[in-house]
Design a protein around this ligand. Structure first.
Ligand code: URC
Length: 307
């Protein structure tokens, strides 16, 4: 809507609402625990709050924050972070007449059950490394887009990687190699093909299981078999193989975005005039770096023939 010649496109929400939830329902006395960081953004008809001093259509962001805790309390059974995001999105877009779209982002911390003396602990957890992310967008109609992801999956292999026959010009120094370290921190997000809240699988913890499986396919493809590995001719090629393996394996994944920085481990060579080979690099001593790093990303989806 335009007033006084000014168009307003707006949204509002609450960011970074932190909640921990324990379920003490295991028959064996085991507890389950999740920690979520929830961000909510609502698209709603509340232009009068921008155009005039009229807040009568605003859903207070404080109320959104409270809702996260109320809904966490109401979830008496364990559920996946995806289900919780959809549940919240569904609530906001259906409960308030003026809200037409709810976008819910959640980051789940990787709390993992510890093993003590080889036995899973009933109520002890330790923090792992990579986060599980989700974005659920729910329309008032029940239309859904659901994207899950893994963030900060740091992977490294000490061999079976090279980079050669690239563009060589007057600014190029990098030599061709078939022997280098390959290190990255994978950020992946994949969109599921479910297009409505009603159509998501009813199976308990379906998306939690998928998350583990997708992560496994990504890692298996990156590393190859344990004894032999698999040769990577470039980050680009490895990224492509990882993404296409996910599309091949999971029919309900419609597309996947992969961001894989090439984190460089530089060969160390040290010399003086007196000692020209103080340290001579033989694929053994490296200088680890954070920056600069190569930045390589791509989105992969299936080509569907239009018949
Ligand atoms: O796998 C790689 N891809 C590149 O695009 C690139 N560029 C570069 O300098 N090293 C590498 N390695």
């Amino acid at each position: 809507m335009a007033a006084e010649g000014v168009r307003v496109e707006q949204r509002h929400g609450k960011a970074r609402v932190r909640v921990g939830r324990v379920w003490r329902q295991g028959g064996d006395g085991s507890h389950h625990f999740v920690e979520w960081n929830v961000s909510i953004s609502l698209l709603s008809h509340c232009l009068s709050s921008y155009h005039r001093d009229d807040n009568s259509d605003i859903v207070a962001t404080d109320t959104m924050k409270n809702t996260v805790y109320v809904k966490a309390k109401e979830c008496g059974d364990r559920l996946s972070v995806e289900e919780f995001a959809i549940l919240l999105g569904n609530h906001f877009s259906s409960f308030y007449p003026q809200v037409y779209t709810a976008i819910v982002n959640i980051i789940e911390k990787p709390w993992e059950r510890v093993c003590i003396d080889g036995k899973p602990h009933l109520h002890g957890f330790k923090l792992g490394s990579e986060n599980h992310t989700v974005e659920a967008t729910v329309q008032k109609s029940g239309a859904l887009t659901l994207t899950s992801g893994v963030a900060g999956l740091a992977l490294l292999k000490t061999t079976q990687s090279g980079f050669e026959k690239f563009v060589r010009d007057k600014y190029t120094i990098l030599p061709d190699t078939r022997e280098r370290m390959l290190a990255t921190e994978v950020n992946a997000s994949w969109r599921y093909s479910y297009e409505s809240v009603a159509s998501i699988p009813k199976k308990e913890l379906y998306f939690s299981e998928k998350f583990m499986e997708v992560k496994k396919v990504l890692m298996d493809t990156f590393f190859g078999p344990p004894e032999t590995g698999v040769y990577s001719p470039s980050v680009q090629r490895t990224l492509y193989l990882m993404g296409s393996a996910v599309l091949r394996r999971f029919p309900d994944v419609a597309s996947i975005h992969l961001k894989m920085p090439n984190i460089h481990f530089l060969p160390v060579n040290l010399s003086t005039k007196e000692n020209p080979s103080m340290v001579k690099f033989k694929d053994d001593v490296y200088l680890p770096t954070d920056e600069p790093h190569g930045s390589i990303e791509a989105t992969l989806s299936r080509i569907t023939s239009k018949m």
